[in-house]
Design a protein around this ligand. Sequence first.
Ligand SMILES: Cc1ncc(COP(=O)(O)O)c(C=O)c1O
Length: 394
Amino acid sequence: MCGDDLTRDDLTRDDLTWCEVNVLRLEQNMRALRRHLNAKTLLAPAVKSNAYGHGIEASAQAFLKGGADWLCVHTIAEAKQLREAGISCPIYCFGPSMVQDLELAAQLGLHLVLYQDSHLERLRYLASQQAESIQDLKLHLKIETGNHRQGLSLEQALDFTRVLKENGQLCLSGVSSHFANVEDTVNQGYAELQMSRLIEAGEAIESLWGQPLLKHIANSAATLLWPNRALDIARVGISAYGLWPSKLCQTLVADQLEPTLQTALSWRARIAQVKNVPRGEPIGYGCTYITTRPTRLAIIPVGYYEGYDRSLSNRGQVLIKGQRAQVLGRVCMNICMVDITDIPMCQAGDIATLLGEDGSDCISADELGTWADTINYEIVARIAGHIPRYPVNV
Ligand SMILES: Cc1ncc(COP(=O)(O)O)c(C=O)c1O
């Protein structure tokens, strides 16, 4: 299952818990999205936040192999990690940055979002000092179209454009925005409004700048729902990992994708201990569960520090030998307890699957999200970064 003929046991011998990332599926998701999308639109998967928990370097490589044109990150540090891993494709960094990191962004040759006065000031200063590679930095103005997160009004964006044009050394490359509400509604009026504001701003800025600019606003939901209206760049995140931005989006689009999206992440742990508990005994902190029968418990070395949310207390399930085992009692910081009374022959060292497939069953990020009262995005992104991610290819 793993590269170089290593078995799971070879790979994970020293790990209490680990993730397996099916890189072939990530590649295939890219191909499916590429096929779905207007051929003129650049495909730019987001590999921020450790590739939505999937491991940034292996995911980035898989996406590029599957046909990604660009990569998107949140931080300049993530972009640096990609460059250090030998990745030379265009990288768009869309998160907030520190002014003192702008020189590094230029040295890395990034596409960088711009919406802060302090950053424009610093860029002008760096250009006046003829800072190394400053002309390699490609700036994308972020327009406030209605998400009220980051962004400039059209007037502010035009002022920024005038300053950049006068400067003559700084390169404006794009105009971007971000949707507030595409995935969760059948009424696309607000998204349409945001789209028209972006297009209007893009045209005004382009005509002032005097050269074509890349215009982009599409996330996964917009790319899936409006494949022919994704403008110049599709910044797909969650869908690249085989997860749907929402149930509604899945219902509307799933049968239009060929092949369909496939999840790629499994999270496993080795049972640390197996023990018998009599009927009527409380389990864990707060004594929130009292055994209703003689119970066989497996101790799983994963808790909320590792990213297994405390809201899964008495609610979550894991797979052991292809069967479901219920979480009993509260999830602790580094441990949780599950009921294996009905799963014969379990012993310490056996593998528990917290997320992903085991046998014919699968615990999905959506299912975990329902139990934890959150979204699939949060489930995968919060699996702790220190847990090893092993690329697998079957
Ligand atoms: C600016 C920006 N673009 C694109 C994305 C990708 O969104 P999604 O994962 O919904 O495709 C994100 C994710 O948060 C984002 O912040």
